[in-house]
Design a protein. Sequence first.
Length: 129
Amino acid sequence: MEKKESSQQAVVNNLFGSVFGNVEQKYMKEESEPVASESPIALVQKRGNKIDFIRVANAVYELGMVERAGGGKLTKQDYFEALGRAFNVDLSGYAKDLSTSMSAAVSYEKQTQIFDDLKQKHQDIYNSK
């Protein structure tokens, strides 16, 4: 019975428009608009930055350095979604990005260059003190 009523309502809406009119349209518009990020930081839009960021973040996760705020296991998906919000970048496809970069004709040296760069930067900072 409920299915029949909803299909009848759909016919009425198509013929005469929605009963709620502008209110419904406003609600639908608000629902579809992206929520502005509250994070004041963003990943620099430079070629290769996103995949390097994903590589570093993945290593941090795999080392077991992160957990839920209240303690407990954090899924990798939740971890990357949170990082994406923090850095104003879409990381929802992190697994595909990692897989693509591993299977592409990208040399091991190029894939690990970010870690060499991080180590060198840390050494520079350490030696400057």
